[in-house]
Design a protein around this ligand. Sequence first.
Ligand code: DGL
Length: 274
Amino acid sequence: MSHGAGLPIGVFDSGIGGLTVVRELARRLPEESIVYFGDTARVPYGPKAPETIRRYSHEAAELLLGRGVKALVVACNTATAHAIDSLAESLDVPVVGVVEPGVRAAARATRSKRVGVLGTVGTIGSGVYDRGLRRLVPGVQVFAQACPLFVPLAEEGFGEHEASRLIAEHYLAPLREMDVDVVILGCTHYPLLRGLVEESMGPGVTLIDSGAETAAEIERVLEAGGLRSSAADAGEHTFLVSDSPGRFREVGSRFMGRALGRVALQPLDEKVVR
Ligand code: DGL
């Protein structure tokens, strides 16, 4: 076991959405401690330029590494799409994003080789899912759809609202026509709209939630590096945000499926407080 095994896992997202990944991490690896950073001062990343997203992602990573983490989870599809390669190259801890695990799960699940991908404008524009799927599934046809309104709907608690149903119908109509058999929920917020997506796509379509897949991947990575915690007790979860911890705590409990406890303000331009 490496001496870093007792350190927490660092997780970052543009804001609240990464909590759907933390929920799965905590379920799978309860003994691991987690330090989460949500960049709530600058959310959303979805519509921003790739260079901006890369810069923000490196700043978030630096903040977490400054606190001492043994691995980094990029729990944001948009940040993964634009920054995973440069983060993995420049950091000396293992880095896991949410895209690759989702791609692998979709590759396993598709029979018809017709796969739908939902994500932010940034994620869809990057073509990252398309490239990943083509690498693993020869002859695959990928149908990608940006669903920008899903993010605010999930945060407003409109996961089952009639307005969301109409919007889901609108976004998903092209995928229904293309007869896909798998749909990747390629954004941290979309698991909160899972029911509506399921209903709109109809039976026989498998939905891929990359949170659970990412948790399995980080387990493998920690195991391979001798970095699994040997603690007997449950790990500690620390939440840091760059703006409005109160709102994060309130909305975040819905994303996490439980109360969050303390959330601390950590503006990015201030010295890291340990
Ligand atoms: N976390 C982002 C993602 O998974 C969604 C929110 C945002 O646009 O920042 O792509």
